[in-house]
Write a protein that binds this ligand. Structure first.
Ligand SMILES: [Zn+2]
Length: 76
């Protein structure tokens, strides 16, 4: 139930936000939740897995035009 409200609040926070912000926020939310597949806790194991998942596709996230626009990136 707490996660439902968290998702709802996150969606509300993105209603008027740039698309790039939504991509970045959801990227980290998904990495966080995927790390919970292996542990229900916020322990060292969760932290290490979250970091590994979050860094794995960071280049692809950064290459999204909306994300590049959010961070005002000018070159690839
Ligand atoms: Zn968690």
């Amino acid at each position: 139930m707490i996660r439902y409200f968290s998702v709802w609040n996150t969606m509300q926070n993105h209603k008027d936000a740039p698309a790039g912000k939504a991509y970045v926020d959801w990227y980290y939310i998904m990495a966080h939740e995927m790390a919970h597949v292996h542990t229900p806790y916020h322990d060292e194991h969760h932290e290490l897995l979250f970091q590994a998942l979050a860094t794995r596709y960071l280049t692809e996230l950064h290459n999204l035009p909306a994300v590049r626009e959010l961070f005002k990136c000018t070159s690839y």
